[in-house]
Design a protein around this ligand. Structure first.
Ligand code: HEC
Length: 263
């Protein structure tokens, strides 16, 4: 190599030129990026965001309708129903140690869930309970107890069982007023997948989780309340009827095909 073409000074100069040119490209890149960001907003991203904001708005509206704030006396605003409902629902979910998984292949071999499923499968003969008398008068104390427990269901099914963006209506629902085993098993095991309620088809992104930590009396009362509110009329549900299905707790979330056809 020609020594006159390679000495520390030449190397240093080449190095400085290198940095200079690199900086020019970097600057051009940054300027272009800023310009592009301002001049052409990402149309596809905006289009995708619109339905997300729409959904959020719907959920927010539904929730604020269910959990609205009310001025009880001048300057004193309380949340109705109380914020405790949220902690209660959260606590229930956390303490239920979800044994009910949606798909058999999600069960970890040798896990407590698998053992529980095996046990439950042994007693999986369809349970039949006698339907109550639809014309018998409903105990107002049971209705009041049911209304209190309904605060749980309200979060998804609406104040008056009218349904909402995340759950179908209970008012005028054949699943509520039909064979008593359906609503009992839904509360004990949860329900997922497409469903038609009062002639309308629904397919919610998330299933209803089981609420089996409620007592037999609480489930009986809340279902009696749902079966006899908002225009619904059906027999009261008894704690014994609920108890008959306790063995199913821990089985996978129900699908409509697991239920009795309401009519
Ligand atoms: C976390 C939200 C949530 C809560 C809380 C909840 N549900 Fe549901 N419920 C759902 C969803 C979602 C469905 C629809 C399931 C599907 O996709 O098939 C459903 C379906 C039902 C159905 C059958 C369909 C219908 O509309 O009649 C009944 C009955 C029912 N729920 C009763 C109850 C009762 C009673 C409670 C309270 C003890 C309750 N649910 C609490 C979300 C919820």
């Amino acid at each position: 190599m020609d020594p006159s073409k390679d000495n520390p000074l030449i190397r240093f100069r080449a190095f400085i030129w290198g940095i200079g040119i690199f900086s020019l490209f970097a600057l051009a890149f940054v300027v272009l990026a800023i310009f592009k960001g301002k001049a052409s907003p990402d149309v596809a991203e905006d289009a995708a965001a619109t339905p997300r904001y729409d959904t959020k708005k719907k959920v927010d509206t539904a929730q604020s309708a269910n959990f609205s704030y009310k001025e009880v006396e001048a300057g004193k605003v309380v949340q109705v129903p109380p914020h405790d409902v949220f902690s209660h629902v959260g606590g229930l979910l956390a303490s239920s140690q979800p044994v009910a998984v949606e798909k058999p292949e999600q069960i970890v071999p040798g896990s407590p869930t698998q053992k529980k499923m095996e046990e439950a499968a042994k007693t999986a003969a369809p349970i039949e309970v006698a339907e109550g008398d639809a014309n018998a008068p409903i105990d107002p104390a049971v209705m009041a107890a049911g209304q209190a427990t309904f605060a749980l269901c309200m979060a998804c099914h609406g104040m008056n069982g009218e349904g909402g963006p995340i759950a179908p209506p209970l008012a005028n629902s054949e699943w509520v007023t039909g064979p008593v085993s359906n609503p009992i098993r839904i509360v004990l095991r949860g329900l997922g997948g497409p469903i038609s309620v009062a002639g309308k088809d629904y397919n919610f992104p998330a299933p209803m989780g089981q609420l089996s930590s409620l007592s037999d009396d609480q489930i009986a009362a809340v279902l009696t309340y749902a079966r006899n509110s908002w225009g619904n009329k059906a027999s009261a549900v008894t704690a014994d009827q609920v108890k008959a299905f306790r063995g199913e707790v821990g089985l996978p979330v129900l699908q409509v095909s697991d239920l009795k056809a309401p009519k």
